[in-house]
Design a protein around this ligand. Structure first.
Ligand code: FRU
Length: 322
């Protein structure tokens, strides 16, 4: 089973014919710019990852704090409808939970998110300690909680160092296999947000999925440069994947000598018409994780990540992704 830890929030989604002008009103029957659909969706990067992983056929558990407010049941029921486990989620009375308002433009395919954090606290190391982590065969973290995540990631590293996957772990310590293939519980992390402080997470995972905002903050101008730069900030043997929107994605395995790093690039499959781009990045990341988890090679995993992200762009929501 795959455990996905991070954020879940309700998304209040509006599909409009074109992105509104500032200080205008968009109604269902307005002539020059209409709202064609409104829906409530379960969002948040980790929660979206769990959705896509379940659509792809993985058994998956979501792990994150949930606010005990009037949208809790909606979020829980939506997870249940997809068979996403959630029994270890701390439910917290915090007054105001997080929420996003999303405007999806039919004209350009853009999705504009306004997110209000609310008062919901993040997961703590104690929450992780309560889990029986031996149940999981992959753990993915959304990189958002730099106060507690280093300790959580270290906890799993310690578990892995005392529970070797094979008797020959010592023997293969120096071979060219990526680290996730040697770990009992491989750990992936998404580092996406425009926040320098997230850099502390990079050396603590076996697979890092680094978004454009964070990579640009590190000085990268394109995805090839991004993978090169990030590969110097992780442990040798870490898989680095850098999705770059309609430019596709780059990937490499970090080496102790940066000159040995061989960065590859995969083009995106951009559809003729984008119906809904909300969560396309989450779809890419989930697919890459699923494929690596299933034992596919890194190039195939990134290619499938781009293909499934493209399929997602052609439909509203995630249901129907495969
Ligand atoms: C999409 C998303 C939305 C959510 C927002 C939170 O990637 O996860 O579902 O509202 O980002 O940052």
């Amino acid at each position: 089973m795959i455990l996905v830890a991070g954020h879940c929030c309700p998304d209040d989604v509006y599909h409009v014919v074109k992105y509104p002008d500032e200080d205008s009103t968009v109604g269902s029957r307005t002539e020059h710019n209409r709202c064609t659909k409104q829906s409530w969706e379960r969002g948040g990067n980790a929660s979206n990852n769990a959705t896509v992983l379940s659509c792809l056929g993985a058994s998956v558990e979501y792990f994150g704090t949930l606010a005990d407010d009037n949208l809790l049941q909606f979020l829980q029921a939506d997870m249940d409808s997809l068979g996403i486990k959630r029994e270890n989620c701390p439910i917290i009375q915090c007054g105001t939970g997080p929420i996003s308002v999303v405007i999806c433009s039919e004209e350009t395919g853009s999705r504009t998110i306004v997110h209000a954090k609310g008062n919901l606290p993040e997961l703590t190391v104690d929450d992780l300690e309560k889990l029986d982590i031996s149940k999981y065969s992959w753990i993915h973290f959304e990189g958002r909680n730099e106060a507690s995540l280093p300790a959580m990631l270290t906890r799993i590293k310690e578990y892995n160092s005392t529970h070797s996957k094979t008797e020959s772990l010592q023997q293969c310590a120096n071979d060219l296999k990526p680290n996730y293939q040697k770990a009992k519980i491989p750990v992936s992390i998404e580092v996406e947000k425009h926040r320098e402080s997230l850099a502390v997470l990079l050396p603590l995972a076996d697979v890092v999925l680094v978004g454009k905002d964070f990579a640009m903050l590190q000085g990268a101008k394109d995805c090839i440069e991004a993978a090169k730069i990030i590969s110097t900030k992780v442990e040798p043997g870490t898989v680095v994947v850098c999705p770059w929107g309609d430019q596709g994605a780059s990937y490499c395995i970090a080496r102790s000598n940066p000159a040995d790093v061989d960065v590859k690039k995969q083009d995106a499959y951009v559809p003729d018409k984008i119906i809904d781009s909300l969560g396309a990045g989450d779809t890419f990341n989930s697919t890459v994780i699923y494929c690596l988890y299933k034992g596919m090679d890194i190039g195939t995993s990134v290619d499938l990540g781009c293909r499934i992200a493209s399929e997602k762009l052609k439909i509203r929501g995630f249901k129907g992704i495969k």
